[in-house]
Design a protein around this ligand. Structure first.
Ligand code: NAD
Ligand code: UDP
Ligand code: UDP
Length: 331
């Protein structure tokens, strides 16, 4: 496999520009896998703003070039269309590994990015998920909780994939001395979120804007904690730059039932929006809320944007994308 793939990849590497100062230079060379996606593109904005040199590796599976249009032409920015399931050779200082639609990518993509980190001595950050806690028996969830995941359930492909990715990261850390960082991200929303990926915040906002009923699954009493994307990106950058491996929960402890969320969406967009109940998926976690004491203490981080403050910013972006009122990149 490797022999077959090495040749074209080597060619790509040879054409890469080297950053003055090299590895130890001031400007960092940073790879963001999944950088054309929702979280990744906001992270890229911050890294470029800080003066770093950023390479996005994305296969555009759920990502959009639109999210990065404002960086094209910047000499400190490069977009590579590549599936991280295939090996890739790059020279970088840090790897933010966000690419991931499903389990096979979690495992193979993470393995390749860890292999890359090992070869070049880069620091590696994994964006894991609160889903590693499954349908939790501990509330709120602290990082010490090992989770309650059904290994053969409909959601387990994602959950177990991320659990395996965490295991691989820790094994590369212990076995090969790689500097790793692990973030467990709780439900995050904001501008540039996929319009149609079925997540509850994007569904409700799009439905309210389109004058469709808000689809509440089950009895709507299950809870989630919703984090605004800029808070998450701040946490990811602090984690990458800091000295602690983690895992760290990155989420907003404000907890809402889905009915309460529907109400906030009604207040923000359309008080007359109707609610329609639908059957829920199997194994849907009943409760989820992060214990963020560890991130507060060791990263000096906590969220600053409440749901009621963040939601209107997302609504403005969705309005533009749904009704095409003007071209925007959801900044
Ligand atoms: P997203 O779908 O917007 O972004 C993922 C990006 O990865 C997309 O641009 C996609 O094209 C790219 N990608 C997918 N498979 C790839 C592959 N094989 N090779 C290269 N690129 C590939 O999702 P997001 O919400 O921005 O999530 C980013 C990361 O954060 C993911 O790892 C996700 O599991 C994690 N996370 C997100 C949330 C959330 O609420 N948004 C919660 C927990 C964890
Ligand atoms: N890998 C990669 N880029 C690199 C170095 C490695 O994509 O710069 C891939 C490599 O092809 C392998 C994986 O990362 O599939 C794990 O690499 P490692 O060297 O740890 O394992 P090995 O190849 O020794 O099994
Ligand atoms: N949900 C809902 N209506 C929707 C989409 C989702 O009520 O249109 C519920 C879903 O059943 C779950 C919660 O909202 O209980 C969060 O779902 P999402 O897919 O956004 O995130 P996750 O389940 O991964 O936390």
């Amino acid at each position: 496999r490797r022999v077959l793939l090495e040749e074209p990849i080597m060619k790509k590497q040879n054409t890469m520009t080297r950053v003055p100062g090299g590895v130890r230079g001031k400007r960092k060379r940073i790879v963001v896998t999944g950088g054309a996606g929702f979280v990744g593109s906001h992270l890229v904005d911050r890294l470029i703003e800080r003066g770093d040199s950023v390479i996005v590796v994305d296969n555009m599976f759920t990502g959009r070039k639109d999210n990065l249009l404002h960086h094209l032409g910047n000499p400190n920015f490069e977009l590579i269309r590549h599936d991280v399931v295939e090996p890739i050779l790059l020279e970088v200082d840090q790897i933010y590994h966000l690419a991931c639609p499903a389990s096979p990518t979690n495992v193979m993509g993470t393995l390749n990015m860890l292999g890359l980190a090992k070869r070049v001595g880069a620091r590696f950050l994994l964006t894991s998920t609160s889903e590693v806690y499954g349908d939790p028996l501990q509330h709120p969830q602290a990082e010490t909780y090992w989770g309650h995941v059904n290994p053969i359930g409909v959601r387990s492909c994602y959950d177990e994939g991320k659990r395996t990715a965490e295991t691989l990261a820790m094994d590369y850390h212990r076995g090969a001395g790689i500097e790793v960082r692990i973030a467990r991200i709780f439900n995050t929303y904001g501008p540039r979120m996929c319009l149609d990926d079925g997540r509850v915040v994007s569904n409700f906002v799009a439905q309210a804007l389109r004058k469709e009923p808000l689809t509440v699954y089950g009895d709507g009493k299950q809870t989630r904690s919703f984090q605004y994307v800029s808070d998450l990106v701040e946490g990811l950058m602090r984690l990458m730059e800091g000295e602690h491996i983690g895992p760290f929960n990155l989420g907003n402890p404000g907890e809402f039932t889905m009915l309460e969320l529907a109400q906030v969406v009604q207040e923000t967009i359309d008080p007359n929006a109707k609610i329609e109940f639908r059957s829920n998926t199997e194994d849907d976690p009943h409760k989820r809320k992060p214990d963020i004491s560890k991130a507060k203490e060791l990263l000096g981080w906590q969220p600053t944007v409440s749901l009621r403050e963040g939601l209107p910013l997302m609504v403005a972006d969705f309005r533009q994308r749904i009704f095409g009122e003007s071209k925007g990149n959801g900044v």
